[in-house]
Design a protein around this ligand. Structure first.
Ligand code: GLU
Length: 451
């Protein structure tokens, strides 16, 4: 990183901070991209005159709404709901909905900004958005979830549609919740048209959508390893999380010959020094958190309360839990244990300090906007299936997903080496992803003139 790149990025975020006080997660996301792309923007008079990055940073539209619903005790509950429609330059607004108590507009703006870049990398006609609510589904009954979903969609429905904005799931919103939301949208819009993705298969979902982010992450990892003259065979892989992304990444990594040595939750880590069997992964993923702390003997799992996976000396780290889960100390533990590769399954799981430490130590790191784009890529396929009133086989979806992850790896690796012809060392995947996406988006900004 040159001093000029850093000072250009600082100047931009300082200016943005004055007009957006309190939006720190978003400013952090913009600054990270700005460091990689602003020198390129300043060197191109068209891009500079169009103020491309500043325009991409500012959401097209932010929708905020109240969600009022009645809990099982008969009391009125009030939550806040949002949809950040960041950019529809390349296609309809597209990105997940998150129901989590830590959700705020600042977090959603940072994720929406990232989503625009991620979706651009897939090469599919997808814009970028993110939304959700500060609602905690944990411990809520089925009836409460359903009433919340209906109330949430009352606020959101006027703003989405198959060509307008197509939300999907994210933390706290899985296929079941998307089924409820889809039905509520159909009733309000009086339409069937695939306004959401990640739906259950029987109401227009795609095969492999559930598996897509985790599978895609491992396909991207295999391409990174191949690029470095290595392979996944026998490699010790530490994963965090035990949700949708972690579960399917673990299964795919095991299928392809890797050794999965951990999964984790907020309360601790499950360690399998000799690698997890498929049965151990299935048990861990399917057992409620409170019962999983005492794994049955025979599965080869040890639960370590309060610990994280990063000191377990993996060759490869796949953080798949949540943003900022891996800090400077964790990064140091990875380096000390000999970790060589890291790919982000979660969105922005590394703190800025962790990222800098790993990069300096020569660990090859792939950002989530490339490595976890398999989920939104299969969402793009779900949109195509819905629009064509057709359904693809699992093999067809998997083949397309592998192709997209491989092509994206090539694009990002080439850009991260400073162009296909230059440099033989490991690519800078972070810079490669930001620049490759930026070039696609900048062209689209220019074509649209001053709008
Ligand atoms: N929430 C996922 C993501 O972060 C999926 C988004 C989508 O499928 O629209 O990419």
């Amino acid at each position: 990183m040159t001093d000029r790149a850093t000072s250009l990025a600082r100047a931009l975020t300082d200016a943005l901070r004055r007009s957006h006080p309190g939006d720190d997660p978003w400013l952090k996301a913009v600054e990270e991209v700005a460091r990689d792309v602003l020198t390129v923007e300043k060197a191109n008079s068209d891009f500079a005159a169009a103020r491309v990055l500043e325009r991409l940073a500012e959401p097209d539209r932010v929708i905020a709404f109240r969600v009022t619903w009645r809990d099982d005790a008969g009391n009125i509950q009030i939550n806040r709901g949002w949809r950040v429609q960041q950019s529809n330059l390349l296609g309809p607004y597209k990105g997940g909905l998150r129901w989590h108590p830590g959700t705020s507009l600042g977090v959603l703006k940072s994720l929406a900004f990232e989503q625009v870049f991620k979706n651009a990398l897939t090469g599919l006609p997808l814009g970028g958005a993110k939304g959700g609510a500060d609602f905690d589904p944990a411990g809520r009954s089925e009836g409460e979830i359903e009433r919340f979903a209906l109330a949430f969609m009352t606020g959101l429905a006027p703003h989405i549609g198959p060509d307008l904005d197509v939300p999907a799931g994210d933390m706290g919103v899985g296929a079941h919740e998307l089924g409820l939301l889809t039905r509520a949208w159909m009733m309000q819009a009086q339409a069937w048209g695939g306004a959401l993705t990640g739906k259950p298969l029987c109401i227009g979902g795609s095969r492999l959508r559930k598996e897509a982010t985790g599978y895609g992450l491992v396909y991207f990892l295999c391409a990174m390893l191949d690029d470095a003259g290595d392979s996944i065979q026998g490699r010790r892989i530490a994963l965090s999380g035990r949700g949708n992304v972690a579960a399917h990444a673990a299964r795919k990594a095991l299928d392809l010959g890797g050794k999965v040595i951990s999964l984790s939750s907020r309360s601790g880590v499950w360690h399998a020094p000799d690698g997890m069997s498929a049965d151990a992964i299935d048990w861990l993923v399917d057992t409620p958190a409170e019962d999983a702390e005492n794994p049955p003997a025979g599965l080869g799992l040890r639960f370590r309360a309060g610990e994280k996976p990063w000191a377990l000396e993996p060759d490869i780290a796949l953080p798949c839990a949540t943003q900022n889960e891996l800090d400077k100390n964790d990064a140091q533990a990875l380096v000390d244990g000999g970790c060589r590769f890291l790919a982000e399954g979660a969105n922005m799981p590394l703190t800025a300090e962790a990222n800098a430490l790993l990069t300096k130590a020569g660990v090859i790191c792939a950002p989530g906007k490339a490595a976890n784009a398999g989920g939104v890529a299969v969402s793009g396929m779900e949109m195509r299936q819905n629009a064509g009133f057709t359904r693809w086989s699992a093999e067809a979806v998997d083949t397309e997903l592998r192709g997209i992850m491989k092509a994206m790896h090539r694009l990002v690796a080439d850009e991260g080496r400073g162009g296909a012809a230059r440099g033989n060392g490991a690519p800078d995947y972070g810079r490669g992803a930001n620049l490759a996406a930026y070039r696609r988006l900048a062209q689209a900004v220019i074509e649209g003139g001053a709008q």
